[in-house]
Design a protein around this ligand. Structure first.
Ligand SMILES: [Zn+2]
Length: 302
């Protein structure tokens, strides 16, 4: 029997969603403005409307940025979603959609994107991978033996691996996290410090292109940013012998310019000369990875 699921990827400015069968056939897709200014209860109303507009399904998965109680479907803290810290998303959506609570699954957005990429994207057919979302922050989702490994919620959080204890302060409060050194935000800060133009987010695309074209300052900048990212990935190679790293998010378009640095950083923080065998891939689902993965997680949970 064929079953269909709805997945939602809830971000601060957009809720991307879709309906998909358990075999991965996409039936509908839709993006809405969640309207956070109207308060969290109205946001949940709109998400339930979205579920119905897409045609409904046997289960609903939702990816949200932040720390979660995944079991109970409660958002513990979410700096990017106003009013959502402490919100019981699972019950709120179950009540509004008429689905039993066990068929509503709340997942961290980076974890959801990882599940999506392993199911239908760049990691299709793979068993083990770390999917890194390079955006304004850095998220991560760890898949081991075909299963999401999130632990109590912190699993795969590559963005907060400290690589330079004397480095810049991260949003989490620590110094020198990968996120504080290699996110798109950090890349722009480092570019400006190097005297390169990076006032606007779109400027990173131009910087990457100049690096590709062989301009030395941009090449060196991207290499350094990549090296710090690689220094964060090295421990994953040591601890898990993880060989596949998939990069999504807006800044992943610069992966080719970061790659040499990433490999240097991995080599520096691992041993056995294995860094050369590591595969670095671009994610292929783009902004759809989150909702597709959220739907997949709901299938697995239901
Ligand atoms: Zn941090």
């Amino acid at each position: 029997m064929s079953s269909t699921q709805v997945g939602i990827d809830l971000g601060g400015t957009a809720a991307k969603s879709g309906r998909i069968t358990h075999t991965g056939e996409i039936l509908a897709e839709k993006t809405i403005d969640p309207g956070f200014a109207d308060g969290p209860e109205r946001v949940l109303d709109r998400l339930a409307d979205l579920f119905r507009e897409l045609g409904g399904g046997d289960a609903l998965g939702i990816g949200v940025p932040g720390l979660l109680d995944r079991e109970r479907g409660i958002v513990l803290t979410s700096p990017n979603l106003p009013g959502f810290s402490g919100l019981d998303v699972k019950s709120g959506l179950a009540r509004r959609t008429g689905l039993p609570p066990e068929r509503v699954h709340v997942e961290n957005d980076a974890n959801a994107a990882a599940v999506g990429e392993l199911w239908l994207g760049a990691g299709r057919g793979e068993r083990d991978a770390l999917v890194v979302t390079l955006g304004t922050g850095i998220g991560g989702g760890l898949i081991l033996n075909g299963q999401l490994h999130a632990g109590e919620g912190l699993g795969g959080e590559i963005g907060h691996v400290v690589v330079d204890p004397r480095g810049p302060r991260c949003g989490c409060g620590k110094l020198g996290c990968v996120e504080a050194l290699s996110s798109a935000t950090a890349a722009r800060r480092r570019a400006l410090a190097a005297g390169l133009p990076a006032e606007h987010p779109g400027d990173l695309v131009l910087l990457a292109q100049r690096a590709r074209d062989g301009h030395a300052p941009e090449r060196e900048l991207m290499r350094e940013i990549g090296r710090d990212l690689g220094r964060g990935l090295g421990p994953a190679l040591c601890l898990l012998d993880l060989r596949l790293y998939i990069f999504g998010g807006g800044f992943s378009g610069a992966l080719d310019t970061l790659e040499a640095g990433i490999r240097e950083g991995i080599e520096e923080r691992s041993f056995g000369g294995r860094a050369a065998s590591v595969r670095l891939l671009r994610a292929t689902l783009g902004p759809s990875a989150g909702w597709i993965g959220a739907a997949r997680v709901a299938i697995a949970a239901g």
